[in-house]
Design a binder for this molecule. Sequence first.
Ligand SMILES: Cc1ncc(C[n+]2csc(CCOP(=O)(O)OP(=O)(O)O)c2C)c(N)n1
Length: 556
Amino acid sequence: MAQVTGGELVVRTLAAAGVRKIFGLHGAHLETLFQSCAAHGIPIIDTRHEVAAGHAAEGYARARRELGVALVTAGPGFTNCITSLANAYLDRTPVLYLSGAAALRDAETNTLQAGIDQVAIARPISKWAHAITVPSQLPRLVAHAIRTATAAPTGPVLLDLPMDVLTALVDEDAVSLPHSIAVEVRAAPPAHAIDEALELLRGAARPVLLAGAGAWQSDAGAPLREFAERLGVPVFSDFQAHGLLPSDHPLYGGTFHKLADLASPGMRPDVVLALGVRFGLFTLGASDRLVPTAARIIQVEVDPREIGKLREVTLGIAADPRETLEALLVRARAQRWPERAGWQHAVQEARRSRQRRAAAALERRQPPIHPYQAVSAIVEHLPDETLIVADGAESYHWLNEVVRQRQPGSYITHGFLGAVGFGLGLAIGAQAAYPERPVLCLAGDGAVGFTLAEFDTLARHRLPVVVVVMNNRSWAASQHFQEMIGNPVRGTRLSDARYHDAAAALGCHGQLIREIGELGPALRSAFASRRPACLNVEIDVGPWPPELELLASRHR
Ligand SMILES: Cc1ncc(C[n+]2csc(CCOP(=O)(O)OP(=O)(O)O)c2C)c(N)n1
């Protein structure tokens, strides 16, 4: 009877689940997995730090809306990856983290890379964490982990794999691989809720639809567009749902923060249909600034625990956003809807007036480059279908002012953890998910430093990500916070480091940009070259992005 290793059983199960790429960093504990992945033609994109491997698995999962897999070794490999696990947990990203662990027989022997309870550490920041101790159970439990991660509400899982479980030999005929691993969870809304939601929307004077990450996760783009058009209701989105309605669509109002521009009396939304939205950071907490307290909220969410958690709702629907929109449409198609041209015009006028206010910055002729000039030039010169990963703090706030997209799932940025420094990792995963698509990674100079060695990963794996460093020689969001509360600037300045030279030394194209006129041509040639690049753009640290002004208003 042929025998196979435990590691081989893990990889066979991953292959059966359709896993095509893994992100990881080697350690002896993982050797069987590295060898079996090679034998099965599953590439392991190896990074220079485990946090980047974790973030890359997140980037892959978020771009493709499918499972991402990260492979990290025992002890420090696992601890290095914790920020990614926490990020995926708060964002509900379906990632399977496989961590090596010391052999079971070495328990309590003060052995190498051991002595910490990895499962206990992972448990509060994962949907499920488990150590597999019986080799023959590997296929069943790996399949269980994948189902747990990918069933709504999705989330990360961790499997701890002791070295002797992975190297153990198992009779091939004694174990069977699971046949069906994927399960689809698409809860449908109750019929009465559909009638109530339509009734509320019909009676509204200034209704808005909020499309959250959950709307993207449930692939709600087509029914969202038809529903918005049929009812004539403007749509605002968070970052993951950006592009579900093209940015130039006459009903698109912008990202959630742009709701602040509807502040004057007679302009405030009165009925809000929130689809896959978790109220909190991106809706400015419990504040009234974006979603008025007086507004009646219909919240459609796959996780019932999110409904009414922060904002009182008039109607809560614990269901899948796409299913709900489709059910709404079945009824809405048969009805006549009030004409809303005035309200639509007011929303678009608020958008235009925000752009007019910002446009003064474009007049600047001399360096330093105004950050708004930089992001405007970037957006203007991006190839079609570019997938954007935006890191840093103020950098991405500036980008939010101008970002345009026709395709959903193409704007990957901060989630609830708010960790700066994820950019290169997420971009590795996004580029691996779509090798042919252009990928831009926008980073602050602080953010890019966290995982600078990942330029080597981009070069070795020929991942042609174009990284733009918004170099203001500062942890600008931190520096501006100190200035705002009237404190001296301490510990928040950086140097004018030559990030482009560092990237070049690691095998990428590197270029320093000091004049705004150089940025567009540099971007075009970087994307055309299909080589990874670092454009180090010296920008002015002075101006504050409008979104930061809004967020900062709480501290004043
Ligand atoms: C991992 C992590 N460390 C520290 C912080 C606190 N923090 C929030 S914004 C910020 C500054 C970011 O600076 P940079 O990446 O240069 O972007 P900029 O604001 O200049 O665009 C810091 C340090 C954080 N959010 N995450």
